[in-house]
Ligand binder design. Structure first.
Ligand code: PEP
Ligand code: MG
Length: 589
């Protein structure tokens, strides 16, 4: 099949599944325009598309000129004559066409690169006249790219078939937007196991391989690309045999998922009849259907910042918040829905909200710190939440809490909002359970005190690991140090569970650890009875729980806590999991 020898690239398999498609390269760190490698037989068509776009852009410029003439007078309108001349400049047009042919790429990319080259040349010339030409060129390129359809956002509507996004970097919001188009997989140079982009890919059930250094430069032709997010592999120029093999693996995987779905109606209990509630983490509202389908006992974490991310740059209105929260509660009742207040900041749109640049945003204005600092934004969300609380079991949870003051300040702020709602005669409730996320080491150490202030706590291990191990969860260079089974992490979980138990409040875990079938028995052993995870992970975790004895895993976990390294924990855990194999073989499916 491929013109070049098959090539396998190894990365971090962070969102499972297998997909095959044609690559579209996105260089987010540099450009707004995607690169789409073409097959030789597609080149002539692409050049025709480019020529058509030139005509469309020319007509658009003519229209603008005529309007400017009418409204501004001939002298000012003459500026647009320069644009029209430049758009017809043969040297420019020929260079773009040459690039499409020589590099076998889409017209948007060829226009963008050629204009970049010319702009550099203009920049080097000191003469004012050329600087103006550079500005004209920028304008003309914008018209051309718009006519081609590939500007600003990566517009994939012109591309047929399944698309594999190959990117140098990918923000969570780009992943949401692209994931809703015909994108079947992501292959990214950066990233980590619990980055928010990874979490979004998992939510959308799209395989993602991260940490693929240089992959955007390696994809240069139209051959299909295979992405195996389970094994962390990307295959370029696959042979026919490899394509067949991966299609078969994909089929078997889907079959296995369907079979696991049959566990839906079985209770989530261990062999010694200890009930373990499995709840859903929801990022995008449509996932609520998966939560119901896979039998979630409620929503353990709704990441409300994604409502903001989807509406950005606009802020969601009170009505939009309210409608969403109410629909979530009504959809899963009688089960609860835990809405986490905005956890913006860090890598999630802090700049757009705060209008500031931070040197180190992950240690900056994030989570509850940011919302308390921006009461005008927070008020809108809280008003909607308290109104929606009147429609079912809605619970409110604060992210990234590091001290009691934040909880107290929040409560004082709520009082003001209650007063407003009361004065307006609105239907609302002030009787909702309040919880905090335990995701910074300081919160673990004061969990006993926090437990006196709130009704429940949820351990966010994605951040807890990041902040305790000093390992950026988004950084592929230190991904090997991101060890959920490090004894320090297990001890922190154990101690938080103990603090909650002593205070008599509910404790759950909603970090990605809860969705890992290897780790779930340890969490049960450490005393957790509420695990929240992406809905699709529920059946596999349920199957595992139904095969184990909680009391036995209590002993095993206590032993794991005494070990000194993550490696030792890993080995001991593997030994213990092997012993589960016969029981699992007997369990459906
Ligand atoms: C966590 O930190 O574990 C968590 C669940 O929150 P998020 O992944 O959104 O930071
Ligand atoms: Mg977190």
């Amino acid at each position: 099949m491929g013109r070049t020898a098959m090539q396998e690239l190894a990365g971090l398999g962070v969102s499972p599944g297998i997909a095959i498609g044609r690559a579209v390269c996105i260089l987010c760190r540099r450009d707004d325009v995607y690169r789409f490698p073409l097959a030789a037989e597609e080149i002539d068509g692409e050049i025709a598309r480019f020529r058509e776009a030139v005509e469309v852009a020319a007509a658009e410029l003519d229209g603008i000129r005529a309007r400017a003439d009418r409204e501004l007078g001939d002298e000012l309108a003459a500026v647009f004559d320069a644009h029209a001349v430049m758009l017809r400049d043969r040297t420019f047009l020929d260079r773009v066409e040459e690039r499409i042919r020589a590099e076998e790429v889409n017209a948007e990319w060829a226009v963008h690169e050629t204009a970049g080259e010319l702009q550099e040349r203009f920049d080097r010339l000191e003469v004012e006249h050329f600087r103006q030409r550079r500005d004209d060129l920028r304008d003309v390129v914008l018209h051309l790219l718009r006519a081609l359809g590939g500007i600003g956002h990566h517009e994939l509507s012109e591309i047929e078939g399944d698309v594999v996004i190959v990117a140098d970097d990918l923000t969570p919001s780009e992943a949401v937007r692209l994931g809703r188009e015909r994108v079947v997989a992501f292959a990214v140079e950066t990233g980590g196991r619990t980055s928010h982009t990874t979490i979004i890919a998992r939510s959308l059930n799209i395989p993602l391989v991260a940490g693929l250094a240089g992959v955007t430069r390696q994809v240069t032709d139209a051959d299909p690309v295979i992405v195996d997010g389970s094994e962390g592999r990307v295959v370029l120029h696959p042979t026919d045999a490899a394509l067949l093999d991966y299609r078969e693996r994909r089929r078997l995987r889907r079959l296995h998922e369907d079979e696991l779905g049959r566990l839906r109606s079985l209770p989530s209990v261990t062999r010694d009849r200890i009930a373990v509630e499995l709840l859903a983490n929801i990022d995008l509202p449509e996932e609520i259907e998966d939560a119901v389908r896979f039998g979630a006992a409620g929503v353990g974490l709704y990441r409300s910042e994604f409502l903001y991310i989807e509406k950005s740059p606009a802020l969601p209105t009170e009505r939009e918040h309210f409608d969403l929260y109410r629909s979530l509660v009504e959809r899963v009742q009688p089960h609860p829905v835990i809405v986490r207040t905005y956890d913006l900041g860090g890598r999630k749109l802090a700049r757009e909200v705060m209008d500031t640049r931070e040197e180190n945003p992950v240690l900056g204005l994030r989570g509850v710190r940011l919302t308390l600092a921006r009461p005008e934004i927070f008020r809108v969300q809280l008003r909607a939440l308290f109104r929606a609380c009147a429609f079912g079991d809605l619970r409110v949870m604060l992210p990234l809490v590091s001290g009691l003051e934040e909880v107290r300040e929040f409560k004082a702020f709520c009082e003001k909002i209650f007063d407003d709602l009361e004065a307006e005669g609105a239907r609302y409730s002030r009787e909702f359970p309040l919880g905090v996320m335990i995701e910074v080491p300081a919160a673990v150490l004061i969990a006993g005190e926090l437990a006196q202030e709130v009704d429940f706590m949820s351990i966010g291990t994605n951040d807890l690991i990041q902040y305790s191990m000093a390992v950026d969860r988004n950084n592929e260079h230190v991904a090997h140090l991101y060890r959920p089974l490090h004894p320090a992490i297990l001890r922190m979980i154990g101690s938080t569970v103990e603090s909650a138990r002593r205070a008599g409040i509910e404790i759950s875990i909603c970090g990605e650890m809860a969705a890992d079938p290897r780790v779930a028995p340890v969490l049960v052993g450490l005393g957790l009875r509420n695990l929240s995870m992406r809905p699709r992970a529920i059946p596999e975790i349920k199957r595992r729980l139904r095969c184990l004895e909680a009391s036995e895993w209590g002993e095993i976990s206590r032993r794991l806590l005494t070990l000194g390294t993550a490696g030792e924990v890993d080995r001991e855990l593997d030994r213990q999991l092997e012993a589960l194999a016969p029981a699992e073989a007997a369990e459906a499916p």
